[in-house]
Design a protein around this ligand. Sequence first.
Ligand SMILES: *[C@@H]1O[C@H](CO)[C@@H](O)[C@H](O)[C@H]1NC(C)=O
Ligand SMILES: *[C@@H]1O[C@H](CO)[C@@H](O)[C@H](O)[C@H]1NC(C)=O
Ligand SMILES: *[C@@H]1O[C@H](CO)[C@@H](O)[C@H](O)[C@H]1NC(C)=O
Ligand SMILES: *[C@@H]1O[C@H](CO)[C@@H](O)[C@H](O)[C@H]1NC(C)=O
Ligand SMILES: *[C@@H]1O[C@H](CO)[C@@H](O)[C@H](O)[C@H]1NC(C)=O
Ligand SMILES: *[C@@H]1O[C@H](CO)[C@@H](O)[C@H](O)[C@H]1NC(C)=O
Ligand SMILES: *[C@@H]1O[C@H](CO)[C@@H](O)[C@H](O)[C@H]1NC(C)=O
Length: 459
Amino acid sequence: MLAASLLLSLITVISGQNTTAGLALNEPPDGQLYLGAWVDTSVTSGDSPLAFNVRLGRNTSWFQASQNIPQDPYDDVTGTGGIINATKVFETNTDAGVYVTVYPNDGLDAVNVQDLASLGVQLQSYITAGHAVFLRFAPEMNGNWDIWGTQPTLFKAVWKTMYTTVKSSCPSCAIVWSPNAASGYPYGITSDTIANATDRAALDTNGDGTYDNTDDAYSPYYPGDDYVDWTGVSYYYKGVYPNAYNIIQQPGYMATAMTGWLQDNGDSGGTQYTEFYQTYCTRKPCMLSESGAAWHVNQTQIPTYDGFVSPDQEQLEQGWWADGITNETFLSMFPRLKMLMLFEWEKVETDNDIPTLRDFRLTNNSDVLTGFTQALEEVAQRYIWASSLPIPTSGAGSPDQVPMPQQTVHRATPYRASTPTSLSLFSSDGIPTLILGWTTAVAVLASGAALGASLILRM
Ligand SMILES: *[C@@H]1O[C@H](CO)[C@@H](O)[C@H](O)[C@H]1NC(C)=O
Ligand SMILES: *[C@@H]1O[C@H](CO)[C@@H](O)[C@H](O)[C@H]1NC(C)=O
Ligand SMILES: *[C@@H]1O[C@H](CO)[C@@H](O)[C@H](O)[C@H]1NC(C)=O
Ligand SMILES: *[C@@H]1O[C@H](CO)[C@@H](O)[C@H](O)[C@H]1NC(C)=O
Ligand SMILES: *[C@@H]1O[C@H](CO)[C@@H](O)[C@H](O)[C@H]1NC(C)=O
Ligand SMILES: *[C@@H]1O[C@H](CO)[C@@H](O)[C@H](O)[C@H]1NC(C)=O
Ligand SMILES: *[C@@H]1O[C@H](CO)[C@@H](O)[C@H](O)[C@H]1NC(C)=O
């Protein structure tokens, strides 16, 4: 009983920690905000939070990474799968927060309480080690590109279970509800693609029988203030239709994420999509949960009209940062926007059936990096930077005290079973299973030799 009540008061202290000044969990004081980065830590990229900080010349306050629920096996060849590797944040030797995005990649139905409970324990271990935590669960649930999308009824039910379960072991985890920004809504979603009748009706928020920009892109998915610590949106600039060539954005584009008002390119008209800021950033602090402008590396369909000049990568990215990240006007207009998270990746994306390689990074190309860091200098005092916190070699926060990806799928070189001594493959008294396994491995090795080093065997 004593132990239980001690635990209870401890939980109260922890959860009350950052609400004393009227601020939400992890909320910076007014007039300040966080800059975070989601860097590509896959083995093919080789990037890391530490390398990002070195390039930026500053200690970033948050680093994002993602994992699936239920977890998939970790592959130490590609560095993908499993739970996130928080050591990549700790090795910055700062107190940077760990921002974990969790994808229910097998569908909302496959999320169970046991997995949510172990997620809470995992996240609490980072807090114990001195790193604050954001959890962003099932983001962009209002889009139709992920398996958990467009199911508002089930989404809200699973969300509430998720929130309650994670909070019971990680009361200081700040949980972020984060749809896709409304511009472009309903993103091609039509009622005949929504299987569940309750959902179909819920998404037609104005009840006019069709889905369009006058339907609320967010409210069907909002689980309620009691189940949300922060709100956020994903927000990108990818050019103009068909999103395959480089063109500088118009100033004010960043504000669209908050106001929903999207100015048309070139004329004075525009489209009003669902407003975000007044509804979702007033009662809770909010963030751009992932954001960036796409540089189309292999651009196609460049317009031929008079006066079109292709920008270079720095000009295009400057259009992005100058409109938001380093724009005092923008930051002052939306003081409840308290975090900007950079999507620091290069990846292939396909829009309108055209795959293009897109570089969203502000710290890779040296001209972009120089321009960005100079502009950031002007507003640096607005942002909160991480403080020094050397990575401990033992105890809380040391790599062996924090859950790590389990190496269930691995090996850079193909697996070879140990060769049994006095082996006879032609033995007449029955081939043991072990040896059968070995012969299979030999066969795979033989074909693997033709494929070269890219062969990865799964056990
Ligand atoms: C609470 O706020 C303080 C001061 O802003 C900060 O140092 C600390 O990391 C925060 N703790 C949590 C759990 O968010
Ligand atoms: C986690 O990251 C650290 C630091 O980069 C690295 O040394 C370690 O091998 C990684 N662990 C796993 C399981 O990938
Ligand atoms: C719609 O989905 C909810 C949540 O999964 C479920 O309870 C309900 O039975 C479904 N309704 C229909 C008509 O399928
Ligand atoms: C800064 O933001 C404001 C408000 O959105 C916008 O009007 C202005 O054009 C932006 N400045 C730049 C340099 O993009
Ligand atoms: C652009 O490059 C990517 C990666 O190399 C490739 O997958 C894609 O097909 C290319 N797209 C075009 C239109 O050339
Ligand atoms: C830039 O990106 C390329 C390709 O992803 C990578 O090989 C290179 O090391 C990066 N350079 C810097 C300075 O980050
Ligand atoms: C960033 O953090 C490291 C490790 O704590 C420290 O050595 C370095 O001085 C910091 N850099 C800045 C610009 O604060």
